[in-house]
Design a protein around this ligand. Structure first.
Ligand code: NI
Length: 192
């Protein structure tokens, strides 16, 4: 089932999400719906707060970036072909490598893309959908998508990294998104 994506301005996008255990009701169904919602909106990651759940859960399929990239970009990123994974109760353990810039967007903030600087490599602890514990290192675009989704469960958004002037200049656009004055080809939920 495709779920509506919570638009910028909703308090849940500013909430630090809670850990869950295997008793969380209908978790398998939620994860299945999140995948379906992510693919339907051409996303490469989706976090639970974006579908109105304040829990530490996100899904990532960075392979989608590589599947859609231009021929000349093939082999440009070390993490190709990417990963498809569910992250539960994730905690970033370390940020490594140099910072690099990439043009990011977010399904909750449609029509806005900005160059964002993030670390090249991360080490993260998380549980998979069977609640097995993992500690893994990711790099490149995969690390970037994970960091973007991880920010969502910490109540952060990519626009938080922009300089105050830039944020100020986009306030009108952000207000329009909150009010639902934005055209997107996927289902959204507008909550003030
Ligand atoms: Ni996002």
């Amino acid at each position: 089932m495709i779920l509506p994506i919570v638009a910028y301005g909703a308090p849940i996008l500013r909430t630090v999400a809670k850990e869950i255990d295997r008793d969380y009701p209908q978790l398998d169904k939620l994860i299945e719906d999140m995948w379906e919602t992510m693919y339907a909106s051409n996303g490469v990651g989706l976090a639970a707060p974006q579908v109105n759940r304040d829990i530490r859960l996100f899904v990532v399929d960075s392979g989608q970036i590589f599947a859609n990239q231009e021929e000349e970009d093939k082999g440009k990123y070390p993490d190709e072909p990417g990963v498809k994974k569910v992250f539960i109760n994730a905690r970033i353990k370390s940020l490594n490598g140099s910072e690099w810039t990439y043009n990011e967007g977010c399904l909750s903030i449609p029509k806005i893309r900005e160059d964002i600087s993030r670390n090249e490599e991360i080490t993260i602890e998380y549980q998979d959908e069977q609640f097995e514990k993992h500690a893994e290192t990711f790099n490149g675009l995969t690390a970037r998508v994970i960091l973007h989704e991880y920010d969502h469960i910490e109540g952060k958004l990519f626009i938080d990294y922009l300089k105050p002037l830039k944020r100020k200049l986009m306030k009108g656009k952000l207000d329009d998104i909150t009010k639902g004055k934005v055209k997107v080809d996927y289902k959204m939920m507008f909550v003030k």
